[in-house]
Design a protein around this ligand. Structure first.
Ligand SMILES: Cc1cc2nc3c(=O)[nH]c(=O)nc-3n(C[C@H](O)[C@H](O)[C@H](O)COP(=O)(O)OP(=O)(O)OC[C@H]3O[C@@H](n4cnc5c(N)ncnc54)[C@H](O)[C@@H]3O)c2cc1C
Length: 527
């Protein structure tokens, strides 16, 4: 058995940050374990490659939810990155932190003021290298490149104009003084290339002799001895299982796999574990509970002027990107968007987010539609429904059952918000800025008006916008899985550091908040 000071399970958004920061001390031996392959694939690095990554099975866990009762029993596709960089290697690169009240809420939930906005802001800034330069709210010199897009489609500008005429102000910095309004996203890119967590945090330190990185290895469980984590069991392909010892084990396998690993290790809801013949080390009913995600509805119109990226000449875009790192190949595709505080908002925060894609996007782009068009995504940012994860079996190679429970809240607030999201999308796309671009409606297939028609549309067509969190929730109550230093309750030497520890969803996308969590946690661990 080898021995390490730290074993990190999962080299995603959080895992790569941890590997970098924990191995900065040459006296600490760090092992980073990743189930997927290295991130050699060129489509990871060329931003517009995202359009083709959706069909790449080798770099994706390709999860599916269980049949969703409120969505016509549909099983929704949940992509998750499976390579160095994890989901940050396949995501849409929008760099969004959320708002102060999100983190003040986490501080309250965890009983620890160190998670308040004032205290977490420096950890966001520590990562950041913003191409616009430093300010009170932006950092420079950090490993994570954050940049303005080098290329934007004319239709993305039309979206911002249309939102303006619908009464939503322009916002040139969603991570500035305020979030509300419409504009172009800043993206996690450096020199026109994707800046995944692996590119930002791992690549520059790969030569450290105290950092070992293994890819293609599935961590199967944490080894526990008398209430303490002492290492992990892993398997490479069809080889025999290996056991590796560590002073501390850190799960950074993401919001689906970290809770699964805890359960497989005997940490979770005792009755459920016994059903699968797993010996219980710690009865933590909160493991896999509190699942939250942003449900999303897309409105699509045709574009007879053919300005959209549908049927783009990929060869010439790729060639231009290779030579100059600009042009359509450098686009994250979800170029523009915005945040709205709706008439149903329950606090001062925006409760709807929009992503605009100048292309016809059906079923995450996996179903190619004929013709040209554009897509306005709209999601509800603070869902009340809570889902849960449950084991199908004790076999680590089997995916866990995902019960997202979308629109499952008793008050019907989540459905009401989705209807509002779809209505506002229609209102924005109907503005004069699109008059010269708008063709026939694609989805919904015809003009709809009533709440019932919108509800039917949502049940047929809503999908995830990829932000599952909360399944190993940080908190101070009995159902919390980790404490405010992200230590698993009732087990020594074991932490969870990734999107699963978020008590609630932030007001926006989840990559930057996950990276911040890992920055914050690294300092706690090293102390
Ligand atoms: C298609 C898509 C688009 C998105 N777009 C955006 C966006 O534009 N902006 C944004 O902010 N967020 C976006 N997100 C969300 C964001 O990328 C994630 O919230 C974030 O990456 C989660 O980080 P994580 O560290 O928790 O998990 P991940 O980054 O998913 O990392 C987990 C890692 O652990 C590995 N792993 C899992 N289980 C095991 C095991 N048993 N053994 C070994 N390794 C294991 C995985 O392969 C993976 O590499 C998007 C996500 C997706 C999927």
């Amino acid at each position: 058995m080898d021995h390490y000071d730290f074993i990190i399970a999962g080299a995603g958004s959080a895992g790569c940050v941890l590997a970098n920061r924990l191995s900065a001390d040459p006296g600490k031996r760090v092992l980073l374990l990743e189930a997927g392959p290295t991130d050699w694939h060129p489509l990871i690095h060329m931003p517009a490659g995202i359009a083709r990554l959706a069909n790449n099975r080798a770099l994706n866990w390709n999860y599916r939810t269980e049949p969703e009762p409120a969505l016509n029993q549909r099983r929704l596709w949940w992509p998750r990155g499976k390579t160095l960089g994890g989901s940050s290697s396949i995501n849409a690169m929008c760099y969004i932190r959320g708002v102060a009240a999100d983190y003040d809420g986490w501080a309250e939930a965890s009983g620890d003021p160190r998670w308040s906005w004032r205290e977490v802001l420096p950890w966001f800034l520590r990562s950041e290298d913003n191409s616009r330069g430093a300010s009170e709210l932006h950092g420079t010199g950090g490993p994570l490149g954050v940049s303005d897009l080098r290329h934007r489609n004319e239709l993305s500008i039309a979206l911002i104009d249309a939102a303006g005429s619908a009464g939503y102000p322009r916002n040139d910095d969603f991570n500035g003084e305020q979030l509300a309004g419409f504009g172009l996203y800043q993206v996690t890119q450096r020199n026109g290339a994707r800046c995944s967590s692996a590119a930002a945090f791992l690549k520059p330190v790969r030569q450290r002799t105290n950092l070992h990185v293994r890819t293609g290895v599935l961590v199967e469980r944490v080894l526990l001895d008398h209430g303490r984590a002492v290492g992990v069991q892993l398997r490479q392909g069809r080889h025999e299982a290996e056991r590796i010892e560590a002073g501390e084990v850190i799960l950074a396998a993401g919001a689906i796999n970290s809770p699964q690993l805890l359960m497989l290790s005997g940490v979770g809801p005792a009755d459920h574990l016994r059903e699968h013949g797993i010996a219980v080390h710690a009865d933590l009913p909160g493991v896999g509970a509190n699942l939250q995600d942003h449900l999303d509805i897309c409105t699509l119109d045709g574009n007879p002027g053919k300005l959209s990226y549908d049927h783009l000449n990929e060869l010439s875009a790729g060639w231009r990107w290779l030579r100059h790192r600009d042009g359509p190949g450098s686009s994250n595709v979800a170029e523009a968007g915005g945040f709205v505080r709706s008439r149903f908002a329950v606090d001062a925060r925006c409760d709807l987010q929009f992503h605009f894609v100048p292309a016809l996007l059906d079923d995450h782009g996996r179903h190619r539609l004929p013709g040209y068009g554009y897509t306005l995504h709209a999601c509800h940012l603070h869902p009340r429904s809570r889902g849960r994860l449950r084991l199908h079996s004790a076999d680590p190679a089997q995916p866990i059952a995902i019960h997202a429970n979308y629109l499952g809240d008793a008050e019907g607030h989540d459905l009401k918000m989705m209807i509002e999201a779809a209505r506002l999308s229609r209102e924005i796309l109907d503005q004069p800025a699109f008059a010269a671009h708008r063709g026939a409606p694609v989805f919904p297939e015809r003009r709809i008006h009533t709440d019932e028609e919108y509800a039917d549309f949502i049940r047929r067509k809503a999908e995830t916008i990829y932000h599952p969190v909360g399944t190993c929730r940080m908190g101070k109550d009995d159902r919390a899985v980790v404490d405010s230093e992200l230590r698993v309750r009732g087990v020594d030497g074991l932490r969870v550091v990734d999107a699963s520890v978020m008590p609630t969803l932030p007001t926006g996308n989840t990559n930057a908040p996950t990276i911040m969590i890992a920055e914050r946690a690294s300092a706690l661990i090293l102390r």
